[in-house]
Design a protein. Structure first.
Length: 214
């Protein structure tokens, strides 16, 4: 059995502006100058707590004790203001999903993940228990436990599983779990990838439609 496991931010959906707006709202509320959307996009991937820490570190100041909670509130208000699926994503999921199981593995909290998938009409492509967030029963990526669970759930094998993502976090997760890897160049986390870390079996695509070749 094959299995495709997708990262969310920067892979299925372009959420960079909403994440940046929420992070900057937090910074400004603390009297700190905002960052560019590109700067904040490069900080995404390790979960909200790490994003908040990185944003304040970039301005050389300490976050307040309630910074994470305030960021989550700011982000919840903006969750679907600008976030959209990347071009071709719905068509690709429909086509691949007819033949193989699909799953989502993200470090974003599961509540926000489900709201985005449902709000963008993408939830129908994934069984409820095949969507895992960073605040679930498993450690966050790049720990391989959640990916291994999804492989077992689908009665697949690591060798028949493709982890589709845009960042070094996804690369490390695939490596640790022993799955194949497909990196999306269009994602805002792709700049974290060092090309020398890739191996011959890795794949890279510049548009979602190219997944159909796999």
């Amino acid at each position: 059995m094959r299995l495709f496991v997708f990262d969310l931010d920067g892979t299925l959906v372009d959420s960079r502006r909403d994440i940046a707006d929420a992070a900057n709202a937090l910074l400004v509320s603390c009297g700190v100058a905002p960052l560019t959307e590109e700067q904040i996009g490069a900080m995404v991937g390790d979960g909200a707590a790490t994003l908040v820490t990185r944003a304040f570190d970039a301005r050389g100041t300490e976050p307040p004790p309630d910074a994470l909670e305030r960021y989550i509130d700011f982000y919840d208000e903006r969750l679907l203001h600008h976030t959209q699926p990347y071009a071709g994503v719905d068509r690709v999921l429909t086509t691949i999903g007819r033949r193989v199981p699909l799953a989502v593995l993200t470090n974003k909290p599961i509540g926000s993940t489900r709201r985005i998938l449902e709000g963008l009409d993408l939830a129908r492509h994934f069984p409820h228990d095949a969507v895992l967030g960073g605040d679930g029963p498993f450690p966050r990526k790049p720990d391989p436990a959640a990916l291994r669970h999804l492989v077992e759930r689908a009665s697949a094998t690591p060798a028949s599983t493709v982890m589709v993502g845009d960042s070094v976090i996804d690369l490390r997760t695939a490596r640790a779990a022993g799955t194949r890897l497909c990196l999306v160049r269009y994602g805002f986390g792709f700049d974290s990838i060092r090309l020398e870390d890739l191996v011959a079996d890795d794949r890279m695509i510049t548009a979602a439609d190219e997944l159909l070749v796999l």
